[in-house]
Design a protein around this ligand. Structure first.
Ligand SMILES: *[C@@H]1O[C@H](CO)[C@@H](O)[C@H](O)[C@H]1NC(C)=O
Length: 960
């Protein structure tokens, strides 16, 4: 007995230890019996419940999406959880519940149980994007603490319950995108109605089948509504004058109904409205006077039956207007040209009207203009300011009849395809099946869905900056919410038939390939709860997530329940095993820590000239620099010496002891390579010597730093010279010589370096100009050896630069030397146009391809050619041939592009045509007397050369 007793004691101690070992950090709070029973009953028939819900205690056991207060369940968040089943009346017993978010579970079906009205502590009821049907129960009106009610994008039928009028605190009311029918309920003394909702900011009722008239009592001056969306319903009658009393309004949509009658005069009082969309109704009477709506960004009155009238003069005074859509509104007469001078104007759609006379787009047109659609009017003549090169559609006007049909303005509009797609700056990875490559070229399973914007205030959808900014802002927010997000991709941006802007959104996980269930439900809540708020110009949004395949359902999860481990182990009486686990876990932890420490030590190990080990790089013509030497010569890396920054760190100018000036690339923490990669790179770079390549002087690998030391190139980048920001302007002859030099540098990398090198990031900021304006190709940081693979291409992930990227490069995952040729073709186009590859949303390659007419002088490219070239006295000898060559370089298929060797030969021919000697590389000595028989220097247009040779650093040579 005594033995047994002490054995029991020992067992108890061991069990206790085991409990401590595994359960450290778990605060065991027990769930209230009633809540536990309710939750169990509620989820009895649900499928795909989170793994963590299978055992243990909801409040104490870390059940996903559940939070408790004093053993009562107050939050259930199961957004995007893939749960299927029905919502049973047992829900009602969770009487302390405050937040219920079941959004994006399309497998949740059936009707809402009327007992839902018992959850009187609910502040948020979010069921959007599920599969619920049936009528919305009247009892919903009992949830008087609700601030957010989102029942949108389900299949609810029947009327809007009048009882919703009792939700005195509701701010966000979204019933859109259902099959609700019947009239809009308003109070009548005995029953409540929507007119009582004096704290509501959002009336979202679009995409339903609501009918009847809009009751005038629906709106009053006591309301604080900002969004009133009744679009895409079956409403009849007129727009009530009371709408004009709601001074807080910002977005108003009644489009796509059957409304009629004249518009109320007092709409004009709504001076905060940004978007007014009343299109596709049957409004009659005079065209409304909206001259007071100074904040209007978007006005759409299309497809109504207003009395014919000339374009009202006040329209041009709406200075905030970006989008004017007056298709088929009875507008007639001559279009006043000052309409195009509204400063932010992006889109004007006036098709199917009776505009006549001359269309004038004067020189002060809005530089944001992306589209003017005047199809099917009676315009006879057109005067367009030079420089206007956005879309202008005039098909169906007398102007286009007869022999002018070939004019660009007379084509009918083509389908634009996706208006935006997140650019990929790297070589898309080949992913295992089911996984997708992110914009960072990492494989993963993204959280996806359709993001819909119901009233954006802009319309130049082709301008990538709008979506780029949105993407950045969303990513920043998600990261700030501590969600494990790697990157975001947008695609399939388009306007749908309901007048909404849609896109496909993909959010990629960081670290692992999958988001875990917590990650997914948290992401879902960010959208379903509108936690993320985009810039106001995107207006109200909804996001409908696709279902997400779970990590834990595919066996990849680390989400095994702690409780499960304990129970399993105890049942098996494997107490000893537990102890071993405990000790083993500790040892494992210690080992990891030791490994980490070792790794750190290696990274920090100094690797300078004294450190002669077997692993020292074999350098040719480059040397080691000590950290102290570089520190000294850059004034301790002072900000004054910082001359630029690139993808992997800052660039400093330094003056060595022998007075030689160098440029030092200092890798920032996080972008450092392993010592092996670094060694490979410097060995490679030190072997590369050519007069058109920036020379590597040496490197430093000490004190945990990686630095590359290059010769300093004083005249900055080619892009700076082309854009006129470097004090140097290049005439045509100099551009030819710079092109030839850069091409030769690249030819050397491809054809003479051993092993051959693909640059992978050719662009005008990677071509530097020395004191004699000789081109030097810089930044082989991204270069990799051909020799890495046998097939002549490499598939390592690498970043390129938008606008220069070979389309074949990311479609096939293969980098060849022809990818460099493509980028070089883009640089040649910059030489001709002095434009950035993508400027104001326009891609230079496309611009030239569209505009080119080989039957005309200068190939009809006057509008695109750099005005400095056109003004200069230097003849543009060979520019057409130059453009032909550039276009060959950007052929879609790599095989159709020339090699760099062929390209160099062709450029040499042009250089000879221009009377220059291709064997000389410096502009100051490269002229011959063959040209300009009067003995003039062929570069005699010296006014173009404003090189200030003072002692101040000239430019921030971008070594990246
Ligand atoms: C243009 O239309 C207006 C209004 O219909 C009409 O008065 C005017 O005569 C027309 N002008 C021309 C040049 O046809």
């Amino acid at each position: 007995m005594r033995v047994f007793g002490s054995g029991m004691r020992a067992l108890r101690v061991v069990l206790f230890l085991a409990f401590i070992c595994i359960n450290v950090g778990d605060v065991a709070a027990q769930t209230d019996d009633q809540d536990y029973a309710a939750l169990t009953a509620l989820t009895k028939d649900w499928k795909n419940l989170p793994q963590s819900w299978k055992g243990g205690d909801p409040c104490g056991g870390k059940w996903e999406g559940i939070t408790c207060d004093n053993s009562r369940i107050i939050t259930i968040k199961l957004s995007s959880a893939g749960v299927t089943g029905q919502l049973s009346g047992d829900l009602a017993s969770l009487s302390e519940l405050q937040i219920l978010d079941l959004s994006y579970n399309t497998g949740l079906t059936g009707s809402l149980p009327p007992t839902i009205g018992k959850l009187t502590n609910l502040t948020s009821l979010i069921l959007l994007g599920c599969g619920f049907s049936g009528t919305i129960p009247d009892s919903i009106g009992s949830l008087v603490k609700l601030g957010t009610l989102s029942l949108n994008s389900n299949k609810f039928t029947g009327p809007i319950p009048a009882s919703i009028g009792n939700l005195a605190k509701v701010s966000w009311l979204d019933l859109a995108d259902n099959k609700l029918s019947g009239p809009i309920p308003v109070s009548n003394g005995t029953t409540p109605g929507l007119d009582l909702l004096l704290h509501t900011k959002h009336f979202h009722f679009g995409k339903n089948q609501l009918s009847g008239t809009i009751p005038p009592s629906l709106f009053s001056s006591d309301m604080i509504l900002i969004h009133v969306l009744f679009d895409n319903n079956k409403l009849t009658g007129s727009l009530p004058e009371t709408l004009g009393l709601v001074q807080s309004l910002q977005t108003v949509r009644f489009d796509r109904n059957s409304l009629s009658g004249t518009l109320p005069d007092n709409l004009n009082n709504l001076t905060d409205v940004n978007e007014l969309v009343l299109s596709k109704n049957s409004f009659t009477g005079d065209f409304p006077d909206l001259s007071g709506m100074n904040n209007l960004n978007s006005l759409d009155l299309s497809n109504n039956k207003f009395t014919a009238t000339e374009v009202p003069t006040w329209l041009s005074s709406l200075q905030s207007l970006t989008t004017l859509t007056l298709e088929q509104t009875g507008i007639e007469g001559e279009l006043p040209s000052d309409i195009f001078n509204i400063p932010q104007l992006e889109t004007v759609i006036l098709k199917n009207n009776q505009l006549n006379g001359t269309l004038t787009i004067s020189g002060s047109y809005s530089r944001q203009l992306a589209l003017i659609d005047l199809q099917s009017n009676k315009i006879e003549a057109v005067k367009v300011a030079p420089g206007y090169n956005s879309t202008l559609l005039l098909d169906g006007n007398p102007f286009c009849e007869g022999n002018s049909v070939n004019l660009a303005y007379c084509k009918s509009q083509q389908n634009l395809g996706s208006l935006y797609t997140t650019p990929v700056f790297c070589v898309a990875s080949k992913c295992a099946s089911g996984l997708t490559s992110s914009s960072n070229c990492k494989c993963g399973y993204p959280y996806t869905g359709i993001w819909t914007f119901r009233a954006p205030s802009f319309s130049a959808y082709g301008n990538p900056s709008y979506f780029g900014e949105l993407q950045q802002s969303l990513l920043t927010s998600l990261v700030s919410y501590k969600l494990p997000v790697d990157s975001i991709s947008m695609s399939d941006v388009a306007v749908d038939t309901f007048g909404n802007l849609n896109m496909r959104l993909a959010i990629f996980p960081a670290g692992l390939e999958f988001f875990n269930k917590t990650g997914v439900t948290s992401l879902g809540f960010v959208f379903s709860n509108q936690t993320y708020k985009p810039n106001k110009k995107f207006g109200p949004y909804i996001f409908i997530a696709d279902s997400y395949p779970y990590a834990d359902s595919s066996g990849r999860s680390s989400e095994t329940s702690h409780n499960g481990v304990i129970i399993g182990a105890v049942v098996g009486c494997s107490v000893l095993l537990l102890l071993l686990l405990c000790a083993g876990g500790y040892a494992y932890h210690q080992k990891k820590r030791a490994e980490k420490a070792k790794l750190k030590a290696t990274t920090l190990a100094s690797w300078d000239s004294q450190h002669i080990g077997g692993d020292v790089p074999q350098l040719k013509g480059a040397r080691f620099f000590s950290f102290e030497e570089l520190q000294r010569c850059t004034n301790n890396f002072s900000e004054d010496n910082n001359i630029g920054a690139g993808g992997f760190g800052k660039v400093y100018k330094g003056i060595l002891a022998d007075k030689q000036i160098v440029a030092i690339k200092r890798c920032q923490e996080g972008s450092m390579q392993g010592s092996r990669e670094f060694k490979n790179e410097i060995e490679l770079l030190s072997r590369v010597h050519h007069k058109n390549l920036v020379k590597l002087m040496g490197f430093c690998y000490a004190q945990g730093e990686q630095m590359l030391v290059y010769e300093f190139i004083p005249n900055g980048t080619l892009m700076e010279s082309l854009l006129g920001t470097s004090g140097i302007q290049l005439d045509w002859m100099r551009r030819l010589m710079v092109t030839l030099g850069a091409a030769r540098g690249l030819q050397y990398l491809h054809e003479l370096a051993d092993p051959p090198i693909i640059h992978r990031d050719i662009k005008s900021t990677n071509i530097l100009l020395d004191e004699r304006l000789i081109a030097k190709v810089a930044d082989f940081g991204l270069s990799k050896l051909f020799g890495d693979t046998e097939k002549g291409y490499v598939t390592t992930q690498v970043k390129g630069t938008m606008g220069y990227m070979d389309p074949e490069y990311y479609m096939t995952n293969q980098v060849t030397e022809k990818s460099d040729v493509f980028s070089f073709g883009v640089v040649m186009m910059e030489m001709v146009t002095a434009r950035r590859p993508i400027q104001q949303g326009k891609y230079i390659v496309k611009e030239i391809r569209t505009k080119i007419d080989r039957t005309r002088g200068l190939y009809n490219l006057e509008d695109l050619i750099d005005p400095i070239l056109l003004r200069s006295k230097t003849p543009l000898v060979g520019i057409e041939k130059f453009v032909d060559l550039a276009l060959k370089c950007v052929e879609d298929a790599g095989v159709d592009r020339p090699t760099m060797g062929e390209l160099v030969k062709e450029i040499e021919t042009i250089v000879k045509m221009a009377g220059l000697n291709p064997s000389l590389e410096s502009p100051s000595v490269s002229w011959t007397s063959e040209v300009g028989g009067d003995g003039r220097h062929p570069y005699s247009d010296e006014s173009l050369y404003r090189h200030n040779s003072g002692s101040t650093p000239l430019t921030s040579a971008d070594y990246k």
